[in-house]
Design a protein around this ligand. Structure first.
Ligand code: BGP
Length: 471
């Protein structure tokens, strides 16, 4: 519906920005850090930057945080690398790694920026992967222990925590992201057993957080998008419901309600890939409850009824690694109403509003957006990046947050991807998202100098007036 008057952003709204450890830090094997599965990503395409140096944030975090302060960030959402804290996943704690995040968090707090910490963003310790990774229930114990170490170390400084970043994307696109480790791609039954173990690990972390840090808040951070039916044909609407349950709601229902979504469970059972539940699992899931829902949003998905053959399958933007569509479940469709970005991702600000409304409607938990953005090939001309396309994308999405707030949705923060340029999960450094340009190419590290893009100045203005004027 249209409004004659919009509700303003609440006071204290967390205007932020996001990164993840392996994409921004570099120093992948320094100061005792162990290797992670993404460091060793064995399926990375040729000619694409690895994560060894990334944006060198590990060495330049002071300069970066001072730029974040100049940008006016109220919050900075980043992840802690498990392998800096416990290099082999479940053994000795690495004091140098622990000290790094104390320095980073202290630096943020000294500038009045609230740290929002993701416990685990794709970078499972390779040593755990060697022992079976998420297939082995021992990894649940290792994660719970690691979470406890972080709560003990940083709990007096960090009050907002995220459990696992985009568990659903690791399950659906693990090979492209690089999270499947040395096993490459396991069979679906194994993958959904791993999924179940991650659910248990996240539930353990939530319960532990509430026990040891009563003043803190914690929630999951899946990638959630509205799923549209390709047409009003009832069969298409049904397929959209099914895919919504499998792609989105399974992850939130387990996190929020402690039980599997019935449609998602029916899918797993029908395919013979339902996880085995051990004694006590139901109680563990029920005991871990989030205080809010964090979610990442880039674009919506449009689906039709399966035709039962290969025509169900598409690749996002021609990207051979990202498969959409599943025979017998749904057909991937192109949404003719939506433009696409340089990487073939559909751009859908209104879908952002419907996503927020649906989440609020179903779960009634406060929402924070922990990623939103559009990858682009930026050009540095005379030391400046002019990025009107980024400003346009973000402006149109922020407008929709205000509309969702006017709809009655409780949204308390927005952390676009990404605070600064970093290495894309599987498409290199040339695919940029940041407000701050980092001078390097896929193969040439140049000076890694930082510079403010046009979007930096624009976002600074938005934050300064609490989103009242989007420029
Ligand atoms: C999300 C991840 C991020 C980031 C982002 C952009 O799935 O949580 O880590 O990479 O997507 O994706 P990409 O780097 O593939 O453009």
């Amino acid at each position: 519906m249209d409004y004659t008057q919009l509700t303003p952003f609440p006071r204290g709204f967390l205007w932020g920005a996001s990164t993840s450890a392996y994409q921004v830090e570099g120093a992948w094997n320094e100061d005792g850090k162990g290797p992670s599965v993404v460091d060793l990503h064995i399926h990375r395409a040729e000619g694409i930057s690895d994560f060894t140096v990334a944006a060198d944030h590990y060495h330049r975090y002071r300069e970066d945080v001072s730029l974040f302060a100049e940008l006016g960030l109220k919050a900075y959402r980043f992840s802690i690398a498990w392998t800096r804290i416990v290099p082999d996943g479940d053994g000795e704690v690495n004091p140098a790694g622990v000290a790094f995040y104390h320095r980073l968090i202290d630096e943020l707090l000294s500038h009045g920026i609230e740290p929002i910490v993701t416990l685990y963003h794709f970078d499972l310790p390779a040593a755990l992967d060697d022992r079976g990774g998420w297939s082995d229930p021992a990894t649940i114990e290792a994660f719970a222990r690691y979470a406890g170490i972080l709560f003990d170390e940083y709990g007096d400084k960090v009050t907002t925590w995220l459990t696992i970043n985009e568990q659903n994307m690791m399950i659906l696109h693990g090979k492209a992201i690089g999270t499947t480790g040395r096993s490459g791609q396991a069979d679906q039954r194994t993958i959904y057993q791993q999924n179940h173990h991650m659910f248990l690990a996240a539930a353990r972390a939530m319960a532990l957080c509430h026990e040891v840090l009563p003043g803190a808040k914690i929630g999951p951070a899946p990638n959630i998008v509205s799923v549209y039916a390709a047409s009003p044909a009832p069969e298409d609407v049904l397929a959209a419901d099914d895919w919504d349950a499998i792609r989105n709601l399974m992850y939130l229902d387990v996190a929020v309600r402690g039980t599997y979504h019935p449609l998602a469970w029916a899918y797993l059972t029908e395919r013979g890939i339902a996880p085995k539940l051990r004694e006590g699992d139901a109680e563990t899931l029920a005991a871990g409850r989030p205080d809010f829902i964090a979610f990442n949003y880039y674009s919506t998905q449009t689906v039709g009824a399966s035709r039962g053959d290969a025509s169900d399958i598409q690749h996002r933007g021609g990207d051979q690694q990202i498969v959409r569509g599943e025979v017998g479940v749904y057909r991937a469709a192109k949404n003719e109403h939506l433009p696409t970005n340089a990487f073939g991702w559909e751009i859908d600000p209104v879908g952002f509003r419907t996503t927020m409304r649906r989440l609020w409607d179903r779960y009634r938990l406060p929402l924070i957006i922990t990623e939103n953005g559009s990858g682009a090939f930026d050009e540095l001309v005379d030391g400046v990046v002019h990025d009107p396309y980024r400003i346009d994308y973000l402006r149109r999405h922020i407008e929709q947050i205000r509309l969702a707030i006017s709809d009655g949705v409780d949204v308390f923060g927005y952390c676009p991807w990404s605070a600064m340029d970093l290495v894309s999960t599987h498409q290199g450094i040339s695919k940029r998202y940041g407000f701050i340009h980092v001078d390097r190419t896929e193969t040439d590290l140049r000076g890694l100098e930082r510079s403010r893009k046009d979007s930096f100045h624009w976002y600074r203005g938005v934050i300064a007036v609490n989103g009242l004027d989007l420029g």
